[in-house]
Design a protein around this ligand. Structure first.
Ligand code: 4AD
Ligand code: MG
Length: 466
């Protein structure tokens, strides 16, 4: 295999130039035979959405021996000549001189034949679905967004921080954690009628992290501006189109930022990502706009061009109460906003992204800075039309005594979190941060209905096989 000569289909189509010898490698999407003794193959190598059309004369050397292996799904290498394309839509096509089949795909057994498959069906073949147009496009967009997230923070001097996956702290205080243990679940060691975690691998009870924030704060108190971008885990039994048990989160944490600075950064960040993806994933986004949701391009452009709406929680409640909508969950001051409320505000009322800030203390975690009067905290959520919450963040409580009191009120073991309290004891600083759900971002950008279809291998309640 002479890999040095291999060209990617994306480059061939972008250049659009004729060439005397070129090799491509990829998977056959379709094969069609003409009466005149020619086969037409559509080849895709994942470098872009488009296929390259290959024409093969049945008389070329060795064609007969490979012909019966050339099906939808077969993996091939084709060497030949790039010539101007006869068909519309493509500048060049490949006239085969030789074809090699690396692996065939028995048409009786290969599940991805020409027809459209439902996303539910494709979820059952998560190992093959990357070979469809939709999943190729989703993963290229996902890749670009990840790259662009790093660019955004790196350009601003933020330090990329790797926070631990195994932890003993419950950042969100919701107790929705997956336990990590090497104890025998059938006969764990006991002490005083309880499981003795002292004998567990780490000598205490450990779990998979729900957020890298607390550790992020530690480093923001030394490096000023950091961000994390890693997997997070939540054992909440939410079977919705917006929840995963394992998802990726981006969490910037900044010293010397207040809530307003935090909101400004979140807004700049989202606008930057949309602008970048519109510029660099044009072909894939046009595909989504045509096949998945006909409004996404317009919506994304609107986000890039317009300021977000910002309203305090109290005002949001007022707007919701005034509306004549029949919500499933009723609204009153102090309630958690449900997805239906969030969508109503951003989709129907403001018709653009909305940032809601100053939430009631009762419904938010211990680490948020209390506002004067103590009823509300310096929290903010960014809501997007069609999706609801994409970002949650806050200014953090930086006063030692106030934080300690809040932790006690929320029944946290202050001794266990002494390291976190220490950040307020030694050189405390005002600081803030937020968390962006990466899959929700990919979902919004692509218009995909279900979050399970924007991550390579979704983990959800009762589902972790592949
Ligand atoms: O609002 P959350 O729970 O905030 C935090 O975890 C903070 N510690 C973040 C911070 O201030 N550093 O989660 C942040 C975001 C949500 O807005 C949502 O986009 C996403 O993470 N998210 C989920 N995405 C997919 N599946 C789930 N189960 C999610 N839970 C939260
Ligand atoms: Mg939240």
């Amino acid at each position: 295999m002479n890999k040095s000569k291999r060209s990617k289909i994306k480059e061939i189509l972008q250049r659009g130039e004729v060439q005397s010898e070129v090799s491509v490698m990829g998977w056959v999407r379709t094969r069609r035979d003409s009466k005149g003794g020619f086969s037409f193959l559509e080849i895709n190598d994942g470098s872009c959405l488009s296929n390259l059309q290959v024409i093969s004369d049945h008389n070329i050397d060795g064609f007969q021996s490979v012909s019966e292996k050339l099906h939808t799904g077969s993996c091939v290498g084709v060497t030949g000549k790039l010539v101007p394309s006869q068909g519309k839509g493509q500048s060049v096509e490949l006239q085969a001189v030789s074809i090699k089949v690396y692996g065939e795909a028995n048409p009786e057994q290969y599940p991805l034949q020409k027809k459209q498959h439902s996303f539910e069906f494709l979820r059952e073949i998560a190992h093959l679905r990357p070979r469809t147009n939709t999943f190729g496009a989703v993963m290229r967009v996902r890749n670009r967004l990840a790259y662009s997230i790093h660019n955004f923070f790196q350009d601003r001097g933020f330090v990329y921080l790797h926070t631990p996956i195994i932890t003993t702290s419950d950042c969100e205080g919701a107790g929705e954690m997956f336990q990590v243990t090497t104890l025998d679940p059938e006969s764990p060691p006991m002490a005083d009628g309880k499981i003795d975690y002292g004998q567990d691998f780490f000598g205490e009870k450990t779990s998979l992290t729900v957020s890298g924030q607390l550790e992020g704060e530690v480093y923001a108190m030394a490096l000023s501006e950091i961000y994390t971008f890693g997997p997070t885990f939540r054992a909440e039994n939410s079977n919705t189109s917006r929840h995963l048990s394992e998802f990726w989160m981006v969490e910037p944490e900044m010293a010397f930022y207040d809530l307003e600075d935090d909101m400004n950064l979140a807004e700049d960040f989202l606008r930057y990502l949309f602008k970048d993806v519109l510029e660099h994933c044009q072909e894939d986004l046009e595909f989504f706009n045509k096949r998945i949701d006909k409004t996404i391009l317009e919506r994304h452009r609107g986000i890039v061009e317009n300021k977000f709406e910002r309203i305090p929680y109290s005002e949001a409640i007022h707007v919701l109460e005034k509306s004549n909508k029949n919500f499933v969950y009723s609204v009153e001051w102090g309630c958690n906003l449900q997805s239906e409320h969030e969508r109503y505000l951003s989709e129907d009322v403001f018709k653009k992204p909305v940032i809601i800030f100053n939430y009631p203390d009762e419904i938010k975690p211990f680490y948020m800075k209390a506002n004067e009067g103590g009823e509300t905290v310096c929290a903010m959520d960014v809501l997007l039309p069609k999706l609801g919450e994409i970002i949650g963040g806050s200014q953090r409580e930086d006063d030692y005594e106030v934080l300690k009191k809040r932790m006690k009120a929320k029944e946290l073991d202050t001794e266990h979190y002494q390291w976190y309290l220490d950040l307020r004891r030694f050189g405390t600083a005002p600081h803030a941060g937020f968390g962006l759900g990466f899959e929700r971002l990919v979902q919004f950008v692509t218009g995909m209905e279900n979050i399970r279809d924007v991550i390579p291998f979704p983990r959800t309640p009762k589902h972790a096989r592949f």
